[in-house]
Design a protein around this ligand. Structure first.
Ligand code: SF4
Length: 183
């Protein structure tokens, strides 16, 4: 089966998933999008209101900032695969619980397996602690980390950068660091 077919089938499963209680409150599950041969995969925390409404990842204000930071280092939205730790929106955008993260993780692991990206960018503390380990984003940001044959790059979540101008400066610096590895 081609990678495209595998991803399409997986995303159909995710759209109908009832493995955690978030399926009761979501409008649409948000599996993620991008080329199934992408070299770069970006993983955020969970869908927000706009994503829940549209079924697409990072289409709100956080997405706008993320895409503009990507453009600054020559990455286009079309060239990366974008997804998140949870595929369904937590009510009022609350922080995901550990049981929701555990329930949803096999979907993400399967996406990583199929796409097999060269580098995985983790946005924010939830993404970092779910895939790399308990590391504060303030200490982990701007760093690469290799584990289980995967290369991760850690930075802030754009929602934090929208709230705190200092974080936006740090995030922009992190993307410059990242760009040196992507050339
Ligand atoms: S968050 Fe993940 S595990 Fe929970 S219902 Fe959505 S897709 Fe399923």
């Amino acid at each position: 089966m081609t990678r495209r077919k595998q991803i399409e089938e997986l995303h159909e499963i995710i759209r109908k998933c009832t493995l955690c209680p978030l399926h009761e409150t979501r409008t649409n599950a948000v599996p993620g999008e991008g080329p199934c041969t992408a070299h770069v995969m970006i993983i955020g925390e969970a869908p927000g209101a706009r994503e829940d409404e549209s079924g697409r990842p990072f289409v709100g204000r956080s997405g706008e900032l993320l895409i503009s930071l990507m453009h600054e280092i020559g990455l286009s939205r079309d060239s990366v695969f974008i997804t998140s730790i949870l595929k369904s929106r937590p009510p009022k955008n609350r922080t995901p619980t550990q049981s929701e993260i555990s329930a949803c993780k096999p979907h993400l692991e399967r996406q990583i397996e199929i796409i097999n990206p060269k580098i995985i960018i983790l946005l924010g503390g939830v993404a970092i602690s779910s895939l790399v380990g308990p590391w504060k984003v303030s200490e982990a940001h701007g760093r690469f980390y290799e584990t289980d044959g995967r290369t991760y790059f850690m930075t802030y979540h754009p929602a934090a950068a929208l709230r705190f101008p200092k974080v936006k400066v740090l995030m922009r610096e992190d993307f410059q660091t990242l760009s040196q590895e992507l050339v």
